[in-house]
Structure formats: C-alpha cells, structure tokens
Design a protein around this ligand. Structure first.
Ligand SMILES: Nc1ncnc2c1ncn2[C@@H]1O[C@H](COP(=O)(O)OP(=O)(O)OP(=O)(O)O)[C@@H](O)[C@H]1O
Length: 320
C-alpha cells in the first residue's frame, strides 16, 4: 500500500523526516509518535501535497512526486486540525466534497447519506456544523475522507479532543472501515495504547526516524514474565506472601504486580523454562493453597515503545 525509501524532509530549522524507509501493507496500520515526530509531514508527502527533500515514496504503486493527483483520487484524507466551514450542514459539506472528487450529483447525494449514517450522524446532519460537538465534527471529517470510496484512507489524529467514550467509538468506526468496506487505513496517534486494539500493524517514528515497524501481535507477544495468583487458607491467611517466601527460600526472586488489576495478590517472576512452572506448582501444592492463575504476561505496545525509547536514548548517550 505504502513504501518509502530513505525519505527525508528538512525545513530550515528542523529535520521532520530523517531517511525513513518503511513498507505498509493492507489492513489498519497505526503511525505512532510524539507530537512533532513527523507524522503529519509524512502524510502530506504521501498525498503528494508536499515534496520530500530526498528519498522516494509510493502509495498504491504510484510515485508521490509524479502522481499526486492520481493518489488523491484513490486515497481519502482526514486532516488533524479543525477545517470545517461552520455555516453549512454536514450533508452540504460532504456532498460538496464528493462532487469535488468527481462524483455526479445523484451519486454524491446517495454516497453522502450512506457515509454519514455509517459514521453515526443522523438528523443532526442537516444542522450547521458550527453547532456540533468535537466528536460530531470528527465524524464529518471522517465522512468526507470516505465519501468517494477510496482504497486507502489517511486519518491524522482522529481521536484528538475526544473523551474516552468518543475515543472508543471512533476507534470502533476506524476498525469497521476496514472490516466492512475493505478500505485500508493509516491512522496516526500519539497515544500508543489506543492503537493496540485497533491496528493490525504499528509503525513507530521518533524525531523523523523509524523506531520500529511490526505487526501488533509481535508487539504484544508473550514475555517471559509469569503472573501468579493463589488463594488464601486458614494456615496461610496471606497466600501470596506464603508463596513468595517459599519461592525466595528456593532462590527465586519475585516482584509484586503493582499496576496490574488485583495488584497485591499477584506475584511476577521470570520464567526460566518448564522447571519454573513445576516449581511454582509444587510450592503452591506443598502450602495447601489453590492456584488461581499462572500465565505469561503479554507486552503492551507502550512498554515496547518505552524500551525502544530507552535504548535509543542510551545509544545517543553512548554515541551509537
Ligand atoms: N511547514 C513547516 N515549516 C517548518 N517546520 C515544520 C513545518 N511543518 C512541520 N514542521 C516541523 O516538523 C516537525 C514534524 O512536524 P509534524 O507536524 O509532521 O509532526 P507530527 O508528528 O504530525 O506532530 P503533531 O501531531 O504535533 O502535528 C515539527 O518539529 C514541526 O515543527
């Protein structure tokens, strides 16, 4: 869907993209990075709206330097900032955008009605946009990106300014753009956690450089950390402590699961293979306690990013 090779964008005072090489396939892809990481700059180059300083990029097999118009016919774009005219209704605006994309009047009206319904705007669609909430405005911006039935959409910070419920609804809509219509999505966010549930693939950039690109599954793969939860008993009213002490006596270090649901009742330890599972099982059985759970913890994207960030900082410090 998207391929860049050594792509750089230098402004007089800032390097917004720094030799970025990345491949993005079909599905929902998250483009993650802190504010100023270069996400919007990349999107503008991919749409052929802003020339790269060096390197090359292709979208749907088309060269961004030569085929900007053809790319914009096939790609929808939801910009980050509020750019909606306050005096017209959502219907008028989206019909206008559909006409601008080349749809004939009747098709433009039909597609507008369908798309606004899909994004969850009903009778409000006849009222002027100026009176809409942030969530409704984000939906209008999403609708205009989808109305010409693109193969791919670029959504720049679509959850910005939304409360948690609005955020969840928007993420659900984004997922359905792909599952219901087969349209691929590139969605940017500075919040790593929210993309974990929504995206098939995540690309992380920092200071215009590629930090990591992998499938969400690889990001959230199992760690070697085991989480253990046990029951209490009359003999051991604090079962967790009894297991911890017994494991410590056998030379196994544990830490508590602070930050996890049920913290205080959860012990974390590093699995050294099958023998760790056997040891925990035996220790719990010897104490006459019940094992509620023993499972491998999964990584969260935010943790991976933090690790990567620390590695990067370390590399910078050590001149790597
Ligand atoms: N037209 C421009 N002229 C000069 N500098 C720019 C221009 N556009 C972007 N920049 C700079 O390039 C860097 C990357 O900006 P960009 O908008 O791509 O980041 P971003 O990851 O999208 O962050 P945000 O979500 O805050 O927009 C920033 O330091 C920004 O100040």
């Amino acid at each position: 869907m998207i391929a860049t090779e050594g792509l750089s964008k230098r402004f007089p005072k800032v390097t917004a993209l720094d030799r970025l090489s990345v491949d993005v396939g079909p599905g929902v892809t998250g483009l993650v990075g802190a504010n100023g990481a270069g996400k919007s700059t990349l999107i503008k180059i991919l749409l052929g709206l802003s020339p790269a300083t060096e390197g090359r990029a292709e979208v749907l097999g088309l060269d961004v330097a030569r085929a900007g118009g053809a790319i914009r016919e096939r790609v929808g774009y939801m910009p980050e900032h509020d750019c909606l005219p306050p005096d017209v209704s959502a219907t008028e605006f989206v019909v206008h955008m559909a006409r601008m994309s080349g749809l004939p009047p009747t098709a433009a009206r039909e597609r507008t009605a369908d798309t606004l319904r899909h994004v969850g705007l009903y009778e409000e669609r006849y009222r002027p946009i100026g009176g809409y909430s942030t969530g409704m405005k984000q939906r209008v911006k999403l609708a205009q990106a989808l109305v010409h039935d693109p193969q791919l959409v670029f959504l720049d910070e679509p959850t910005n300014g939304l409360d948690p419920v609005g955020r969840d609804e928007m993420l659900g809509l984004i997922r359905r753009i792909h599952t219901d219509f087969g349209i691929s999505v590139l969605v940017t966010s500075h919040l790593l956690g929210e993309l974990e549930r929504t995206c098939d693939h995540v690309v992380i950039i920092d200071g215009g450089k590629l930090l990591r690109s992998s499938s969400t599954r690889d990001f959230t793969q199992n760690t070697t950390t085991l989480a253990i939860e046990v029951t209490d008993s009359d003999d051991h009213p604090d079962g967790t402590r009894a297991v911890r002490d017994a494991l410590h006596a056998r030379g196994v270090t544990t830490h508590d699961g602070s930050g996890l649901p049920g913290a205080g009742h959860i012990l974390l330890l590093t699995a050294e293979g099958e023998q760790t599972y056997d040891l925990v099982r035996d220790v719990v059985a010897d104490l006459g306690l019940g094992l509620v759970r023993m499972e491998q913890r999964r990584h969260h994207i935010a943790e991976v990013f933090k690790d990567g960030d620390e590695q990067r900082k370390e590399a910078a410090v050590h001149g790597g």
